[in-house]
Write a protein that binds this ligand. Sequence first.
Ligand code: ZN
Length: 349
Amino acid sequence: MALNEALLKRLIETPGVPGREEQQREIAREELAALTDEVHTDPLGSVIGTKRGNGDVRVMVAGHTDEIGFLVKYIDDKGFLRLQTLGGHFPMNMVSQRVLVTTASGETLRGALQPQRKPPHVATEEDNKPPKVDEFFVDLGMPAEVVKEKVRIGDYAVMDRTLEKVGGRYIGKAMDDRIGVFVMLEALRAMGDHEATVFAVATSQEEVGLRGAEASGSALKPTVVVALDVTLAIDVPGGGNENEITALGKGAALKIMDGYSISHPKLVEHFRSIAEREGIPHQMEILPFGGTDAGGVQRLHGGIPAITLSIPCRYVHTPNEMVDASDVQAAIDLLARYLEEAHTGDYAL
Ligand SMILES: [Zn+2]
């Protein structure tokens, strides 16, 4: 079955950084309105679609809408922009990229993202040192007066990359975590009868510390939380088998642990048994660091059974984040089957 590429493209290419997810909220509201009974937006900017069930089980599904990005923090006399980073940027991946700056009037300006370095022709040894994050600036190609008219401190910027299909895989910026939002929406579309109430939450501010998910989890009081996020696939040169975490094309990944949460073992078993029964490709994931919305929500209300269903992704936090279409489909199938029978789960310890 082919993926819904039009939706994936819209999710990937629409800018949204932590705290400035307004354009993503529009997509979430539109999609969730068609797939759930009621949609509302909470004060931290997460969009919640509620699909009512008739039992006591309340499942919160969380996919984060924010992507790593930047805020404009200073505009110099020549019109160059200086940036505040939001989320984990690695300076080597920022060199000579292009960015899109969204202004207060809603205009999108394209610019070159460059480190303070001389051209190679005249570079000294000092210039060959790897740049630091705060050495970068944005060149919008416009006179300073025009830049200052259009851009304000606090306007936001993201990497400028379109979604592309390469072989059987998709690459683009912001696969982290629009692919999680995508899996959530497509699983809602694919699921059949259910008894559990499902809160489908397009969360905000994950990349700066799981803030949106904690706020919405606190209000919704779910009995189970399923986070959807990318995980590392280091099945590439320089990885090493025992360190690859996951591999592309081997299925959806069931997270056993990461730096912020140890998935509830009975919930992991429930997902695993469904995957085995339904023949859905899956792999087990142990990530020694990092975290997802599951880590934030599991600690609320005296503790909530939590799991992360991961989509393996190469080159995470670069503009070339790559996922395999079959892994995405596996995650959609597994989540849909789980939601249909979430009411049967017994996670008592
Ligand atoms: Zn993420």
